[in-house]
Design a protein around this ligand. Structure first.
Ligand code: ADP
Length: 393
């Protein structure tokens, strides 16, 4: 992706104000950029200048723009909005929130990551489950929703049995909870400031139906609605993240999910073959069309090194970098090919639990690059909430 004012603006549409939930271009916070000799200076007007979320917006802008060809440095020039500008921004945020058709039970502070792929078989479910485990190993509470309802595999990958239960009080579905030991080798140190076990909270068709055949009988009847129910009627409780294993492709279900969760970000799983970038690029385009922020790309089935130090690239090389370059989306990491992935997946013992393996390490690294949303309690949230609930005249 080339360094042009248009491409900068496209990428700025992916930067979401964490508090207001819309992108900074739409909110009128992005005020253009100066390009000079590889340095991009981005002008941003904030509603309240001292807000700690400023750091998050700043990092987000930098990470996105550094990917453009020829960018050497990204600088931020912050200003504060006038009262009138602030009112217009609030109006826009309010309008966007009211357009959001349905309420979900997902806590507003949870970082929602939709793991998608252009087509099946690239290891999307494997990546989702292991990334969820790696995040939980930092001490976080991670919701894991298997929205790949026809090809659900999360239950098998985690060796979960049993049936989902409901809460009589709230009449909501309760997720199946699994404790995940924290990474004690230093990888998880300090992530949440304390050494306590992380948690997975899992929802999958595999916890509702007896077998895949039964699921297939449901096809066309309620399955499309099932995904929506999963978002609306599950009592997630406190979670830091929600990872969604999306169905492969770019069809109606994906778009429905994107509409339901406008604050969600997408992670696209791709393979190293350069010609795969086209198919994966479609998933990114679909996300952008629905105003989803693209958190990044993960390359799976990447090269691995044998004991003698030789590198092997069974499925080609460079696909992740190529996709990142073409679309301006960061490459979050690469997962090497390892027979143990399938083996451990079959026995419900995800490889991300093994911090010594190169694959386990790769997942922990990616998890560390996806920090949770910042606590907004010190911010202007209270004022903004009041502003959002009272229509300005
Ligand atoms: P998808 O969800 O995209 O259809 P899966 O996650 O089900 O793909 O993975 C397909 C198969 O590939 C599974 O058998 C899985 O164990 C295997 N697999 C995934 N990633 C890797 C990898 N990096 N190395 C070896 N095998 C892998």
């Amino acid at each position: 992706m080339k360094l042009t004012p248009e491409n900068i603006e496209t990428l700025m549409r992916e930067v979401i104000d964490p508090e207001l939930g819309s992108n900074i271009v739409e909110l009128g916070m992005y005020r253009g950029a100066d390009i000079s000799d590889g340095t991009v200076t981005v002008k941003v007007a904030l509603t309240i200048k001292g807000c700690p979320l400023r750091a998050q917006i700043q990092n987000d802008i930098k990470n996105r723009l550094m990917i453009l060809e020829g960018v050497r440095d990204v600088k931020l020039n912050f200003s504060e909005m006038t009262q009138e500008e602030k009112a217009a921004t609030m109006d826009k945020a309010r309008e966007n929130i009211s357009r959001q058709q349905t309420e979900t039970e997902i806590p507003p502070n949870a970082r929602v990551l939709l793991v998608a792929s252009g087509k099946g078989g690239v290891g999307k479910s494997t990546v989702t489950v292991n990334l969820a485990v790696a995040l939980a190993r930092q001490g976080y509470s991670v919701g894991l929703l298997d929205a790949d309802i026809w090809g659900f595999s999360v239950t098998q990958l985690l060796n979960l049995e049993g049936r989902l239960k409901g809460s009589l009080e709230s009449k909501k579905i309760l997720p199946h909870e699994v404790e995940i030991p924290i990474a004690l080798d230093g990888n998880g140190d300090g992530a949440k400031g304390e050494l306590k076990a992380g948690k997975l909270k899992v929802i999958s068709m595999g916890l509702l139906v007896e077998s895949e055949e039964t699921a297939l009988m449901w096809r066309g009847l309620v399955l499309n609605r099932a995904v929506q129910h999963f978002f609306q009627d599950v009592e997630w409780g406190e979670i830091d993240y929600l990872l969604v294993d999306m169905p492969p492709g770019t069809g109606d279900i994906q778009m429905g999910i994107a509409k339901l969760l406008p604050r969600a970000e997408m992670i696209v799983v791709t393979i190293p073959a350069k010609n795969a970038a086209k198919v994966s690029g479609r998933a990114i385009a679909m996300g952008r069309k629905n105003y989803l922020r693209i958190a990044g790309v993960i390359e799976n089935f990447s090269g691995f090194t044998t004991a003698d130090g030789t590198e092997h690239f069974l499925f080609g090389k460079g696909g992740g970098e190529e996709l990142s370059k073409q679309t301006g989306v960061p490459l979050l990491g690469k997962i090497p090919i390892d027979g143990a992935i399938a083996e451990r997946g079959d026995s419900g013992n995800p490889i991300a639990l093994d911090s010594d393996s190169p694959v386990g390490k790769a997942f922990l690294e990616i998890a560390k690059g996806l920090p949770p949303h910042e606590d907004m309690s010190d911010c202007s949230a209270t004022t903004i909430k009041i502003n959002l609930s009272t229509k300005s005249s």
